[in-house]
Design a protein around this ligand. Structure first.
Ligand SMILES: [Zn+2]
Length: 194
């Protein structure tokens, strides 16, 4: 079975000039939202030639070789369905997204960092269940203590979100760059971009 890797969306791939292709699953939903499933155009064209994907939409730009000319695909769909994972990857972005980009102690949206609720020194792990979004001030104030020791109250206890929950959150936080041909295939409210 053809199992596509989802790249970690390096900044270069999100740049319009790099012509990334949005990858849809065989049911025409994005293969992944966080990170958004994108491939470099080279990978997309290779998959087309391997008959692994269908081209749904294309960029205006084309690539040329001595033997062929091809519009660069902007949206492609896998021919074989890949079961999406129930839980999203534990990444910085996803953690901020879970916490709506707000400090879970005071609600501030500035100078955000991560806080180990149970400090590492006291055996707290780096996991969905023990890391929360905190502003720098709250982080410094809390220091190497538990919330109880520091007399600080968490708004929400950290938990591992499902992919579905994170997608719901993501409606309010669309990525910076979306090619127009992707709009029909994405879940979030595009009018926020206007
Ligand atoms: Zn704070």
């Amino acid at each position: 079975m053809y199992h596509p890797d989802i790249l970690d969306n390096p900044a270069s791939l999100r740049h319009p000039e790099s012509c990334p292709a949005l990858i849809l699953n065989a049911d025409y939903t994005p293969l992944s939202y966080y990170p958004l499933s994108l491939w470099p155009w080279q990978t997309a064209i290779k998959a087309v030639f391997l008959d692994k994907v269908d081209i749904i939409d294309s960029y205006d730009r084309a690539v040329h070789s001595p033997s062929f000319t091809m519009q660069i695909p902007s949206v492609i769909a896998l021919r074989q369905y890949v079961k999406p994972s129930e839980y999203p990857a534990f990444t910085r972005f996803n953690l901020f997204l879970r916490d709506k980009f707000a400090c879970q102690y005071c609600g501030s949206e500035a100078n955000l960092t991560f806080d180990h609720v149970v400090p590492r020194r006291q055996g707290g792990g780096t996991s969905w269940e023990n890391v929360t979004t905190a502003c720098l001030q709250c982080n410094l104030k809390k220091g190497g203590r538990t919330p109880r020791e520091a007399h600080m109250q968490l708004m929400l206890n950290p938990h591992r979100p499902t992919s579905w929950q994170l997608q719901e959150r993501g409606r309010a936080f669309p990525p910076n760059y979306l090619h127009e041909s992707w709009h029909d295939w994405l879940y979030w409210d595009i009018e926020l971009e206007e």
